[in-house]
Structures are given as structure tokens and as C-alpha cells.
Ligand binder design. Sequence first.
Ligand code: URA
Length: 242
Amino acid sequence: MERLDKILTGTGRWSRREVKELVKAGRVRVNGAAARSPEEKYDREGLDLRVDGETISGARFVYLMLHKPAGLVSATEDPRQKTVLELLPPHLRRVGLFPAGRLDRDTEGLLLLTNDGALAHDLLSPKKHVDKTYFVRVDGALDEADCAAFASGMTLGDGLECLPAGLERLEAPDEGIVTLREGKYHQIKRMLAARGKPVVYLKRLTMGPLTLDPTLEKGAWRPLTGEERAALEACRSLRRPG
Ligand code: URA
């Protein structure tokens, strides 16, 4: 059981003072009746909570796994282009979700959408050493020198310094698996362009303990399972050297 004001401020949309005003003005309804006090306690599970008629998710945080298709931007809003949030139903577009770790417009694969800013920060921090892996296809053939360059930490022509990264060659000479622990702008494309092997296709497969669910079609999403959430929690508390 949790206080109504805690549940509502937890959405990040209102301060405690604003919640008090909203309740006082009769704008908050809980399970069909006007809320009487911001201090009243409720069970988040199955809570029907509305402010000015808009349903507010009682869940503390929301975590969704999305199979991002090409052609959408990893942003919450964009004046010109379709965003990944547009793949979600309206009630999930109103709970402050954002992509934890962007993918380029033409990149496909695993995207975590959450409104848990602290978790997103931890997953993306290079210090936390949370690896992300990508399937890549290039124009050219990957070789051992490319793998060695990735492993030693590349400095690109524009001065961008990359941490050591993994590049594993696959059977097809133009295909590989890249492992990054950071996520600089267009990083894989820039690293491989610097090797003279431009990326023609890129798909994120994993992010820390999360693996793209093979049953998710492109454009489909699902909430993380309890196990996946627990695995994320466990990995965010690790701070490994290197
Ligand atoms: N590296 C890129 O170049 N693009 C992505 O979308 C992700 C990693």
C-alpha cells in the first residue's frame, strides 16, 4: 500500500504540492470515486487512477522491450519523423517512457523503453560496463586487422576515442558481431567506416542481460518479465573494472 501522493509524484509529472491541489480540486479519481486525501493509501496493483479523466499508470516504473524496425527515430518526440513511441498504445505514451540507449533511424533490434531514469543512466554508463551486442553487415570483408583495431580501442579521424570493443567475424565474410560498452553517436558506423567497411545493416541483439525476444516481430513490444527486470537490477549494481 502506498500513499496517493507518492504514486502520483512517482510519475514525474506533478510535485507533491501540485498533487495536493489536484486532490483538493476533485480532479483525482481513484477506483471510480473522487480521492479524499493525498495521504490515503492504495495498492498499486490493479489501481484505477485518473487525473482529469486521464488514466495514470499505478506501476512505479514501466519497462518495455521493443523490436525496433528501421525507419523510426529513437526519440520521444520529433516534429517531422515517426518515433518509436508511436508504436505504443495511447495509455503507454503518457507515462513518460523514453528509449534507454538510442538506435539510429535505420538500425533495428532491441530497444528498452522505460521511465526509470536512474536505471537507464546506469545501463548506459560506460563505467557500469554493460555490454551491448550488434549484428552487423558491411560493404567489404571483415578481417583480423579489424578485430584487432576494435580490441585496442580506436581513435577516429575526428578525434573520437572509443573504448576497446569486440568484433567477432561470422561465417559470411561481410558479417560480424560487435560488442560495445558505450554508445557514442553512430559509433559502429563510424568505427567501421574508419576501417573502410561501411555498415549496410545493423541490428542490436542484446543489452546487458536482455536479449531481443525472437518471438517479437519488428515493431512489436512486450513488458519485461520479472526475471528480466531482476537481471537488470542485478547488473546495474555491479561496477566492474575495465
Ligand atoms: N552504432 C551505430 O552506428 N548505430 C546504432 O544505431 C548503434 C550503434
